[in-house]
Design a binder for this molecule. Structure first.
Ligand SMILES: Nc1ncnc2c1ncn2[C@@H]1O[C@H](COP(=O)(O)OP(=O)(O)OP(=O)(O)O)[C@@H](O)[C@H]1O
Ligand SMILES: [Mg+2]
Length: 380
């Protein structure tokens, strides 16, 4: 149960500190992973409410000798306290790709997105056709752009450019621009004016596809099965939503009543609301999860939320409807909630280097063929 004297020391120190704080709980077990170790405690029936220790996480951290944040979560009738490991593993993208190629977990997914590893170090993915639109937040250095690279690169080695296209939006012309020569990228947008055009085109493409599928298929996957792979999935990826919305506001100032357009945020909400069945998906990331950027309407249409480290619990609640992102470690450590689950899960993204990106751009076809061969061998 407890694997090392260090873990023994930490579990004893946490239990003792909680008693001092008036929260009586008994250590039950731990789960160790590549980045954090989770210590589980069962509160005594007469223990004070959990709130007693929730605002004392700094005291608890000091008791175990770390200045880094601890995350306390309720897990059924227990609580878990996550303590960052002194030595953390790097989650290696190559290893994750190997898992994607060999695991049967993804065989029913249409668009499997590599998510990295869970807190125990187990790889996992989600299907973008099931979680159709994803909203990501995190302050600078949290790991958003590396995570977007992981999503784009993992999809590009599983689906051909005929099956999947990306429209990438990077108004800061930084990280997504690295993918501009990937064969799957049909459009690389760096100006808000061009994004207006892109969104208008996507909205009309949804209407065209909906019309083509009417009475024949319920969604693009079914349609392509019946009629051969005719229409590609389209994934719109936006690296800095707050910047896009800010620039759009500035653009609005120069518009008179003749040229006034529907705002970008409204177009994105409209697109998200109608595009799922036609195989058009949105992944948007933002540094600032303010209510001006992420309105209630926006959140309703982006049910899958991911957050990297954020400055405060208030920011965390804007994106996740819960505290927690303020206690993350940065560098790819994140919390997420899918549309199917009310539980907030913690996970860690893989590190995608420049050379990983270069390899995917130049070799995606060979990698995909190797994947297919490996899958066939598994079936045989
Ligand atoms: N999964 C990861 N594993 C290890 N290190 C990581 C990981 N993700 C990010 N990092 C480190 O953190 C740095 C910042 O990551 P990234 O550029 O993705 O942050 P960001 O959230 O996009 O920041 P910004 O908002 O400033 O664009 C990276 O350069 C890298 O050194
Ligand atoms: Mg970034």
């Amino acid at each position: 149960m407890v694997e090392s004297s260090e873990q023994q020391r930490v579990s004893n120190a946490l239990q003792a500190k909680m008693i001092v704080l008036g929260f009586l709980a008994k250590f039950t077990h731990l789960e160790s992973g590549p980045i954090i170790t989770q210590y589980y405690f069962k509160p005594e029936p007469f223990a004070k409410p959990l709130a007693t220790i929730l605002n004392k996480t700094e005291d608890l951290a000091l008791s175990v000798g770390t200045s880094e944040p601890l995350l306390i979560q309720r897990v059924k009738d227990e609580i878990s306290i996550s303590v960052p490991n002194h030595v953390r593993d790097l989650i290696i993208f190559d290893k994750c790709l190997h898992w994607l190629a060999t695991s049967s977990d993804n065989k029913n997914s249409q668009l499997p997105l590599l998510m990295g590893v869970d807190t125990k170090g187990k790889n996992f993915s989600i299907d973008l056709t099931v979680q159709p639109h994803i909203l990501i937040a995190g302050s600078t250095g949290g790991g958003k752009s590396v995570f977007l690279s992981q999503l784009i690169a993992s999809l590009a080695v599983q689906r051909s450019p005929e099956e999947l296209q990306f429209i990438l939006v990077d108004t800061k012309q930084l990280d997504l621009t690295l993918f501009s020569s990937l064969d799957h990228v049909s459009n690389m947008i760096d100006k808000v004016e061009d994004l207006h055009e892109g969104l208008d085109w996507l909205l009309s493409e949804v209407r065209r596809r909906t019309e083509a599928m009417k009475g024949l298929a319920r969604n693009l996957t079914e349609y392509n099965k019946v009629y051969g792979k005719q229409l590609p999935y389209i994934v719109l990826v936006i690296d800095e939503l707050a910047d896009v919305i800010q620039q759009d506001k500035e653009l609005q100032r120069g518009e008179d009543s003749q040229t006034k357009r529907i705002r970008i945020a409204a177009k994105l909400i409209q697109l998200a609301a109608i595009s799922r069945a036609s195989g058009i998906h949105i992944i948007a990331a933002t540094q600032r999860p303010s209510i001006e950027v992420i309105s209630g309407n926006f959140k309703t249409n982006f049910p899958t939320r991911i957050s990297f480290r954020l400055p405060t619990a208030i920011d965390s609640r804007v994106i996740l409807d819960d505290n927690g992102a303020e206690a993350l470690l940065g560098k790819g450590d994140y919390l997420y909630r899918t549309s199917e689950s009310s539980i907030l899960e913690r996970a860690h993204g893989s590190f995608v280097s420049m050379s990983d990106i270069a390899l995917v751009i130049s070799q995606h076809e060979q990698i995909r063929k190797t994947f297919e061969m490996q899958r066939k061998q598994e079936v045989a």
